[in-house]
Write a protein that binds this ligand. Structure first.
Ligand code: G3H
Length: 251
């Protein structure tokens, strides 16, 4: 493997702080000898407990969104500085569920990415096409555009801290995984556009994940592809056993 894999669980809106503690008690011992980077991206309300539980372990902690302003009259929002101060390291940005249900656009994804990077958080920027877009043959064009806009004004130094997650919307939570060839094709296209923007060295160093119904049965084949450097795992990350098996497949 050219790059160290990053396996990130995205719990979405699941697990109370109490439930989070129980899940981590099962998960942490199961991944302690992982060769890959292990991340759990959890609801805001779980962060405090999860940061405490993961301290001194190899499990890194992420949030699932961040506001782009530093502070101010934005009721209900959470800033990058707030997350950083709590001990959070990663943040998922532009997940398709946020684009679909909460008005996220490529432009707000870019603003959040810049805010996260400026504060010192590592963004996991999600891109991916709908089924209609795939059928219309515009997947690569669309994903290229999503990447370009997300990374607008991101410096060469900053982009080294960015992870891009390719998540075809039709594969999320549907049990319908992209084939490993489909995942490879788009992850390679993402690396190509990063190369056009920042040069080959930076593109070769970037972590590009696949997400969408990744599970213990299909993880090894997906992760064997040269441009698939990890996974963003939804449903299967809610089960310690399944998540640990995926982590094992990445090592
Ligand atoms: O962020 C994770 C993805 O949306 C994948 O979710 O593994 O439940 O399909 P899933």
């Amino acid at each position: 493997r050219k790059r160290k894999a990053v396996i990130a669980g995205n719990w979405k809106m699941n697990n109370t702080p109490t439930e989070a503690g129980l899940l981590l008690e099962a998960l942490i011992p199961g991944v302690h000898d992982a060769d890959c980077e292990v991340v759990v991206c959890v609801p805001f309300t779980d962060l405090c407990n999860v940061v405490a539980k993961c301290a001194g372990t190899n499990v890194h902690v992420g949030a699932q969104n961040v506001h782009f302003e530093k502070s101010g009259a934005f009721t209900g929002e959470v800033s990058a500085d707030m997350l950083l101060d709590l001990g959070v390291e990663y943040v998922v940005i532009g997940h398709s569920e946020r684009r679909q249900y909460f008005g996220e656009t490529d432009e707000t994804v870019n603003k959040r990415t810049l805010a996260a990077l400026n504060a010192g958080l590592k963004p996991i920027v999600c891109v991916g096409e709908s089924l209609t877009q795939r059928e219309q043959g515009v997947t690569e064009e669309l994903v290229r555009m999503q990447v370009k806009i997300a990374l607008k004004d991101v410096t060469e130094e900053q982009v080294k801290n960015v992870i891009i997650a390719y998540e075809p919307i039709w594969a999320i939570g549907t049990g319908r995984t992209a084939t490993s060839d489909q995942a490879q094709e788009v992850c390679a296209a993402i690396r190509k556009v990063v190369g056009e923007l920042y040069g080959n060295d930076i593109a070769e160093g970037m972590t590009i994940q696949y997400g969408g119904s990744m599970n213990p049965a299909n993880a090894a084949e997906l992760l064997a592809k040269p441009d698939v450097d990890g996974g963003l795992i939804g449903g299967a990350s809610l089960h310690a056993g399944k998540f640990c098996e995926i982590v094992d497949a990445a090592t």
